[in-house]
Ligand binder design. Structure first.
Ligand code: GCU
Length: 347
């Protein structure tokens, strides 16, 4: 853990001020538990967090009032991680990419082509021997991960350039998440990396500030990117999980029996989101193709992989502590090789 962000960059919105007013207690002595995320209310993440809210309140409703804030109402993911770190809010969902800028350990799951299939991805993320030490590594910095959330496979999509091989990316401005690994990946693949927050992508595509972006299929529909981008190309470069993080002091201060209920709630978030994810991706593809006129393409992924794979060794040389987890992932890759990552669907 070495990189910290300074003061919150974005001005706190009115909604945030209102949300945080009277910080802590509800009207009837309940503790208000605030959870922020950046997805719309139709997204599996939101649906899963509402289940969490329902579960915790059904068990401990007299003590906790859980409030879920979608759609960047509490700021960008970077803002929300900082708010969670300081305890201004209790939980948020952050992409693993963003967490890389808070702790080097998270670099591991941002490596392009790390997982051989979605089965290998799921098995690795479900293995506490792999995730545990990474999830706890930021404890002293004010937050820790409590579960992971499937965010499918990331692929390139552009306004009007079909991406069939890495050379098609040349000269294109492609939005990436704000993480050094993603910027480097884009550089190697030949495109011009344009890092920006998720909430800015739609307008940037529309106003042609960027030529494309990379994300899972939900970005086309739930975020409307498919209204502007007409080519979605399954190069399958990353399976980057989202991570539910909680404020360390909040988690530490929970009485044992309450902690148990919260833990069950975290497991529900993971489970429900995964079930919803499968259905949501299917529906997103169908809608993107039939209503938004998006063409899905299935290029040979090998040339993309070949360019990106040297990143594995250079990252492991830079962060040697990650090698043990990387090796454990390779075992899952052997067990679940090929699988659904070749089929252009992470379902
Ligand atoms: C996905 C992911 C988000 C992330 C977004 C992005 O939607 O689930 O957590 O913020 O990609 O590209 O920024």
């Amino acid at each position: 853990m070495k990189k910290f962000h300074g003061v919150l960059t974005a001005a706190l919105s009115g909604v945030l001020m209102a949300a945080l007013a009277g910080c802590g207690g509800g009207s009837s002595g309940q503790k208000i538990v605030r959870i922020g995320h950046n997805q719309a209310t139709d997204h599996p993440t939101h649906i899963a967090l509402l289940e969490f809210e329902e579960y915790v309140e059904s068990k401990l409703g007299s003590k906790y009032n859980v409030e879920v804030f979608p759609s960047e109402l509490l700021g960008s993911q970077t803002d929300m991680v900082q708010l969670t770190q300081t305890g201004a809010i209790d939980f948020c969902v952050a992409s693993n990419s963003i967490l890389e800028t808070f702790s080097d350990n998270y670099t591991l799951f941002n490596m392009p082509y790390l997982f051989a299939s979605s089965e290998a991805y799921h098995a690795s993320m479900d293995d506490p021997q792999i995730t545990g030490p990474i999830f706890e590594s930021t404890k002293k910095a004010g937050f820790q991960a409590v579960t992971w959330i499937d965010a499918g496979t990331r692929n390139f999509y552009t306004v009007n350039t079909p991406i069939e091989s890495p050379s098609d990316l040349k000269g294109l401005k492609i939005r990436v998440q704000q993480s050094p690994t993603n910027v480097e990946m884009m550089r190697l693949l030949g495109g011009s990396a344009t890092p920006m927050g998720f909430g800015e992508v739609y307008t940037s595509l529309q106003s042609k500030i960027i030529d494309g972006a990379e994300n899972n299929e939900m970005a086309l529909t739930s975020n409307g990117h498919g209204d502007v981008c007409k080519y979605y190309s399954y190069d399958m470069h990353q399976m980057i999980p989202d991570i539910l993080i909680g404020n360390s002091a909040f988690l530490y201060d929970l009485p044992e029996e309450d902690r148990q209920v919260f833990e069950e709630g975290f497991a529900i978030v993971n489970e429900v989101e995964r079930e919803e994810w499968t259905k949501a991706v299917e529906a997103a593809k169908e809608r993107a193709e039939n209503e938004q006129g998006v063409t899905f393409m299935y290029p040979d992924t090998a040339p993309f992989q070949e360019i990106c794979l040297p990143m594995h060794e250079s990252i492991l040389e830079q962060y040697p502590d990650l090698r043990q987890f990387y090796d454990a992932i390779q075992e899952y890759n052997k067990t679940y090789s090929g699988g659904s990552s070749e089929g252009g669907s992470d379902t």
